[in-house]
Design a protein around this ligand. Structure first.
Ligand code: FAD
Ligand code: FES
Length: 362
């Protein structure tokens, strides 16, 4: 008898807790489908509970997502017009105050619990998936490969120099069976049937290891193109970078030399040793043929006996060698973070307008 009351009390408490959990989960869990409205289009009925990023991909709307939905790249921005506009703590570092006020959020961090209306710019809506085959693979440096994909003859990719694509990498560990990784296009925008990438092997890296294993004839899917940058034809364009930062810079040089007869371009490219100077012979020859183009490579770890070019860090070489006024200069920087930071300071010292400087760190 002495046990009956405590047992009854215990059972009552457990049941009360169960009812509370059920009540809360009914409030939190989505019920039935919700609608997704994009711009002024007709609302689409979509499954509730999914991330907005996955729902958009399911609708073949390929917004940028360089980290594959982990919330670490900040690329998958959408403007929420109606719905939950409050960003999660994980989103804050990627959103400026103006973006927060405008309802911008990261699509991978929005779980669709209620109907939502979002705005997407037309260039994002025109990104699509492309099927290609590997046309050629060659070593550029001991760790960087040049990989060229070829589209089918009836297809082509319209892109602007400086843009990037996202390659779909097969991956058993992810629930979808694949992840996306971003790679800058290294080929000129005048060649629309092929896409060339420069891929650096990252030890243990999912995407770079798979890409380095590709052979001619292998199928590859990618989405794009992504990224915005519009060079000013009236300003001298300075490109400063290193490593695979070469990829967008090569596309910019080859595209603009072909498309803009008056564009002046100077490439400052830094590496540790000569074996890391991508496309060195090609750019050395191009400089002789094209008076509008100059190429200044520099080595930070050069053997004095064999290297006759510039030495030291590339931003220091830029300050030493570049003698044009900052007001008529624009810059595109791409390379490892410390190099970009040094180049940004150098450009500031020269008086280049902040809004005439574009950079990508990777
Ligand atoms: C817009 C954009 C354009 C890019 N363009 C290029 C390009 O043209 N060429 C190119 O090679 N890469 C480029 N990248 C980087 C590329 O998207 C991948 O991040 C990179 O290839 C590593 O991916 P992974 O899957 O091999 O490594 P993961 O599997 O993602 O990472 C494996 C491990 O390596 C670490 N790691 C990741 N990246 C690096 C790195 N660069 N150096 C050292 N450690 C790292 C990670 O922290 C992790 O611990 C670009 C990135 C962006 C956002
Ligand atoms: S996909 Fe990278 S932050 Fe959303």
């Amino acid at each position: 008898m002495t046990f009956v009351i405590p047992v009854l009390l215990f059972t009552l408490i457990v049941e009360a807790l169960l009812l509370m959990v059920l009540g809360v989960s009914r409030l939190l869990l989505p019920r039935g489908p919700v609608t997704l409205t994009i711009n002024e289009d007709k609302p689409l009925e979509v499954a509730a509970g999914e991330s907005l990023l996955n729902v958009l991909y399911g609708q073949e709307i390929y917004i940028p997502s360089a980290c594959g939905g982990k919330g670490t790249c900040g690329y998958c921005k959408v403007t929420v017009r109606k719905g939950d506009t409050t960003p999660l703590a994980t989103e804050l570092e990627f959103l400026s105050m103006a973006e927060r006020d405008a309802g911008v959020r990261l699509a991978c961090q929005i779980r669709l619990m209620e109907s939502i209306h979002i705005a997407l710019p037309p260039e994002i809506l025109s990104a699509r998936e492309y099927a290609s085959t590997v046309k050629a693979v060659r070593d550029l440096t001991p760790t960087i490969k040049e990989i060229t994909f070829e589209l089918s003859p009836e297809d082509h990719l319209d892109f602007a120099c400086g843009q990037y694509v996202q390659v779909r990498i097969p991956n058993d560990q992810s629930p979808e069976g694949f992840v996306f990784r971003a790679y800058s296009i290294a080929s000129p925008s005048t060649e629309r049937g092929i896409v060339t990438l420069n891929v650096k092997l990252v030890e243990g890296g999912i995407g770079s290891t798979w890409l380095h294993s590709l052979r001619p004839g292998d199928p590859v899917l990618f989405t794009g193109p992504y990224g915005e940058w519009a060079p000013d034809p009236a300003r001298h364009l300075v490109l400063i970078g290193g490593g695979v930062g070469m990829a967008p810079m090569r596309s910019i040089i080859l595209s603009l030399l072909a498309e803009r007869p008056d564009q002046r371009i100077s490439l400052f490219f830094g590496a540790r040793t000569e074996s890391e100077l991508l496309y060195h012979d090609h750019f050395s020859v191009l400089m002789k043929d094209q008076p509008r183009f100059s190429y200044i490579p520099a080595l930070s770890d050069a053997p004095k006996s064999t290297w006759e070019g510039e030495t030291g860090f590339i931003h220091q070489v830029f300050l030493r060698r570049f003698d044009e006024p900052g007001e008529t200069t624009q810059a595109f920087l791409c390379g490892p973070p410390p190099m970009i930071d040094g180049a940004l300071t150098a450009l500031e010292d020269l008086g280049v307008d902040e809004d005439a400087v574009f950079y990508d760190k990777f």
